[in-house]
Write a protein that binds this ligand. Structure first.
Ligand code: ADE
Length: 830
């Protein structure tokens, strides 16, 4: 069984890789060691003979120390340094350095972008997976900075184009890293990938998002992309290997019966020269429970020259379908040593969906180490798929496997040993080892649940009002505690009627707001007028929660009551429609306090994007607050019932919203939040469920405890204690109970994400509440293991970047609401 485990580990490790393993394909390609000849390095210009392109070699101090384009580089310039790698290369890393010239130079490129060409004629611009072309360059003249290319580039010619914001002199030294592209494939064409929108699952976008060719009439032509990036998809196609991307990202997928797929998917492959093909390997998903299977058969045709017809004789291959093992796998198709410069294959559907993540070809030309991985895949999968025997490479392969096994044994041993030692230490050493930093970790003995703990660092015992007013941000050492153990007694005021006070635990108040008593909050604190409650005529119930109910009412005589000049909701004769939130008669005094406090706060807010408190009924029970009525309900409900506007929604009268509506909504929320932030008011529960829409689609932010019944799965209930919207909360709010405008900014990022997924999915829907809290620990540790929300397919890349900034680990790195508003506003068509 241990051997099985090892084999499984090896297979899983190799299963993450394509034919080329980008993690290992990082060899210096010869700028520094001169394997790339001077003649192969050219440039758009050079300042002097001594700063010509041949001096652009990393870590070398020749000529005047680097390549420098002529004159000052202007922001609009496209000066370039060009390298001819002499053959098609899988390029994974670029390293740059400035001109140091033994301490006499100080010019460098702070940023640069890349263009590349496979044939030296057609040039393409590289972009990262989020669509950004510009990479960070150097910060001084001597340190080399490397940039990993995600996605990698398959190319022969590369141009490095320094980018500047100000007019400046730049100089560069460069190294390129990668390995030879043995496949010889220079382009593939295929039908475009499709969206999978099954009810109850996240939408999977199965397009080829890094394809660098032409996208025309629902087909991809003349380029390469995700099928040759060396990243193979997981068994569950929704789970991706990259962070910050959407479900289905790793696969290109098609639905049977859809446009362009007549029971099969036709792909064409063009190669750099004529080759003898032994096989073709397709990495395919096989999640049959979701209607996805490997292809049932494939037929391929061959063209020996580009300007020739397809040869009549094809190669056909039937796969052995597998309804028992849902693993994604490589399927090897023998190509019988046929000669071709171009190949056309038809892959026949075996089920509703077919999804590929990687395709590679083995041809008669020299095989490299990169091909060895794939044989293991084939072995696990399909004995009927045949590869030619691996003659000379077998001993090397065995040697590699044995080394890997030995390494794995050592790693497993170390892991087990570490776990053992940690357990022993946990028993011996109490968690609280620092005398200055008394932390009470506790697992509730009754429920075995994470409970509230009290951290006695002074800054953490500040009241929430202090933190709401931008109270000092101190960084506690929570690295040693598990996320479950890191709740502390400044737990937020999501406490509802059933929340048990934790005085017994810590001797302090569990609420972040200072407790208000009925007596301490007097009528004069409330600047809204008392309305005669008999003039409120009940029409219908709008919502319900633990505090009480919200009703739609007619308010008779309200315009006269509020007086001239008061901006009033639409009226019907003397009456006005209003929403009345009413506290339950049997509410606890704590709930009553919270209710009065909400009234007090709301009565002082006055902004077009904040719900307006019109009047109150607090002189007798039940306590009521009367707000403007928002005809279109909450934004979550509104968006989840709509699709993105298209010809289809128009033709079929499907309720829809446009991208510009979504942007307008985002701007309005940022504007309302900007107002709250200007008053140092921290909302603590910003989410689409707390944004209301009137009939003109104006958005107003509200905070209705009532909504928590309807959306109870959005809140994490610490048994019998606080109820927390953990999926919207910043790490410091979850771990430290610290709520500030910056944590509202985090929630705003999640709210944007909801808007651009049309509220079809809960944030981190694949994670349980406990996993979300665990992920919060990763956000705190910031070692690249945290899971971010993916970029919604509808969301422009620049907007997703803005969201990502809202989720910055360090508070100063998050944007302000003013900044968010300024960044979002230009997107909206006025
Ligand atoms: N639900 C809760 N408050 C509301 C309001 N003001 N208008 C419409 N629906 C609501």
């Amino acid at each position: 069984t241990i051997m099985h485990l090892f084999l499984l580990l090896i297979l899983q490790a190799t299963a993450a890789l394509g034919q080329i393993d980008p993690a290992h394909c990082r060899y210096a390609l010869g700028m520094e060691d001169r394997r790339i000849k001077d003649d192969d390095i050219t440039a758009s210009s050079q300042w002097y003979e001594t700063t010509g392109p041949q001096y652009a070699r990393l870590n070398r101090e020749e000529g005047d120390g680097a390549w420098c384009p002529e004159g000052q580089l202007e922001p609009s310039d496209s000066q370039y340094l060009q390298v001819d790698l002499g053959r098609l290369t899988f390029l994974t890393v670029v390293g740059t350095q400035g001109r140091y010239a033994r301490n006499s130079g100080n010019e460098f490129a702070r940023a640069y972008r890349l263009n590349y060409s496979r044939d030296g004629l057609l040039w393409k611009s590289w972009k990262n997976r989020l669509g950004n072309a510009v990479m960070e360059g150097n910060k001084n003249a001597y340190t080399s900075v490397i940039n990993d290319l995600h996605p990698p580039i398959i190319t022969r010619y590369v141009r490095l184009i320094p980018v500047t914001k100000l007019s400046t002199t730049v100089c560069m030294r460069v190294e390129l890293y990668g390995c030879p592209w043995e496949d010889g494939l220079i382009s593939y064409s295929a039908p475009e990938g499709q969206l999978m929108m099954p009810p109850g699952y996240p939408i999977a976008s199965l397009n080829d998002s890094t394809y660098d060719g032409v996208h025309e009439r629902r087909r991809l032509f003349g380029g390469m992309g995700q099928l040759t990036d060396g990243v193979i998809g997981q068994d569950d196609f929704l789970v991706t290997r990259q962070y910050h991307v959407w479900p289905g990202y790793d696969y290109l997928g098609w639905r049977n019966d859809s446009l362009g797929t007549q029971g099969y998917v036709e792909m064409e492959f063009v190669f750099d020269r004529q080759r003898n093909f032994t096989s073709l390997k397709v990495h395919s998903n096989n999640m049959f429970s979701r209607g996805v299977k490997i292809f049932s058969s494939v037929s391929c045709w061959f063209k020996p020259r580009l300007i020739a017809g397809w040869e009549a004789e094809s190669v056909a291959f039937k796969t052995v379908l597998d309804d028992r093992n849902p693993s994604a796998r490589y399927v090897t198709v023998p190509l019988n040593r046929r000669t071709a410069k171009s190949i056309r294959c038809r892959f026949y559907f075996a089920d509703v969906w077919m999804m590929f993540s990687e395709i590679s070809f083995q041809s008669g030309i020299t095989q490299t180490h990169t091909h060895t991985h794939t044989h293991t895949h084939r072995d696990t999968f399909n004995a009927s798929t045949s590869d030619p025997p691996d003659d000379g490479n077998t001993p090397i392969l065995i040697g590699c496997l044995v080394t890997i096994i030995l390494l794995l044994v050592i790693i497993i041993f170390l892991i087990l040993w570490c776990q053992y030692v940690c357990k022993v230490l946990e028993k011996v050493i109490p968690a609280n080892t620092d005398p200055h930093y008394e932390r009470v970790f506790l697992l509730d003995p009754q429920y075995q649940n994470p409970a509230v703990l009290r951290n006695k660092l002074p800054e953490l015992s500040q009241s929430a009002e202090a933190s709401a007013c931008g109270g000092g941000y101190a960084e506690p050492d929570v690295t040693q505690c598990t996320p479950h153990q890191c709740f502390h007694s400044n737990a937020p005021h999501y406490a509802e009627t059933d929340i048990v006070r934790l005085q017994g635990v810590t001797g302090s108040n569990m609420y972040a707001v200072p407790a208000l008593t009925v007596d301490s909050l007097t009528r004069k604190d409330i600047s809204a007028a008392e309305f005669p409650r008999q003039q409120l005529i009940f029409r219908e119930k709008l919502g319900e929660g633990q505090f009480g109910e919200v009703h739609l009412c007619e308010a008779e005589g309200l315009p006269e009551f509020l007086g001239e000049g008061s901006p009033l909701p639409d009226r019907d004769g003397r009456s006005v429609l209003v929403a009345v939130k009413q506290l339950r008669a049997d509410a606890t005094s704590q709930a009553r306090n919270d209710f009065l406090k909400e009234i007090k706060i709301m009565s002082r807010l006055n902004d077009p994007n904040i719900i307006r408190l019109l009047c109150v009924c607090v002189s007798s029970d039940p306590l009521c607050m009367v707000t403007e009525y928002m005809e279109n309900g909450d934004l979550n409900m509104f968006l989840s019932q709509r699709e993105i506007e298209s010809t289809l929604t128009h033709a079929n009268n499907i309720p829809s919203v446009s991208l510009s509506d979504l942007l307008h909504m985002s701007v309005q929320i940022s504007s309302g939040m900007k107002y709250l932030a200007s008053l140092n008011f921290v909302h603590r529960d910003l989410a689409t469920r707390n944004c209301l829409l009137d009939r003109r689609l104006t958005i107003k932010i509200a905070d209705f405890g009532m909504s928590r019944n309807l959306y109870s799965s959005d809140y994490y209930r610490i048994q019998g204690r606080a109820v927390l919207p953990i999926r919207w909360m910043a790490w410091e709010s979850i771990l430290l109970g610290k709520f500030t405008t910056a944590s509202d900014v985090w929630a705003f990022g999640v709210t944007l994400w909801e808007i651009f997924t049309l509220c079809k999915e809960q944030p981190y829907s694949l994670l349980s509440d406990e996993q979300v809290i665990e992920n919060t620990g990763e956000f705190f540790r910031n070692q690249g293991r945290q899971i971010f929300l993916y970029a919604p397919p509808l969301c422009p890349p620049s907007l997703f970047e803005l969201m990502m900034r809202c989720w910055s680990r360090d508070i100063p790195d998050r944007p302000t609401f003013e900044g968010l508003y300024q960044a979002l506003r230009p997107h909206v068509n006025q």
